[in-house]
Design a protein around this ligand. Structure first.
Ligand SMILES: [Zn+2]
Length: 136
């Protein structure tokens, strides 16, 4: 078969999996989606096998040979992202709050506290020590 495009490989003969240039996959197989496209539809790639890939030229730093790839998955096999049940959500929120709460003074921080210091205020407990702290 004459090469229509250097990135077009419908059988996966050259690239291992069916490969399409960016924007072409829908012409050949309208069921294929990237992870981001599935997420936008509220679908998850959990448990899905890679059904193909997109390849496109890009000069963005960090890619090999100026070519980027993205895996493709079958939309027809994708399952919805499982919504959290209210009970599970509450329990996660409680666990998160616990990770952000100082075990010594009970101060709630906007970030998770490290376990290394026993989950206490990283700069020292403000509520129990009123002295102004030294500049970091
Ligand atoms: Zn504290």
């Amino acid at each position: 078969m004459a090469a229509l495009h250097p990135f077009l490989d419908l059988t996966g003969e050259r690239f291992g999996v069916p490969t399409f240039p960016w924007g072409w996959s829908r012409l050949f197989d309208p069921d294929l989606r990237t992870k981001a496209q599935l997420r936008a539809e509220g679908l998850s790639i959990a448990g899905l096998e890679v059904a193909g890939q997109l390849k496109w030229r890009s000069n963005r730093a960090g890619n090999i040979g100026g070519v980027r790839t993205a895996n493709l998955y079958r939309r027809s096999l994708a399952r919805p992202v499982r919504p959290l049940s209210p009970a599970r959500e509450r329990s996660l929120a409680r666990a998160y709050l616990a990770r952000c709460t100082c075990t010594s003074c009970g101060e709630l921080h906007p970030y998770c506290l490290p376990t290394g210091n026993g989950r206490r205020c990283p700069q020292g407990c403000q509520s129990t020590s009123p002295q102004p702290q030294a500049a970091a």
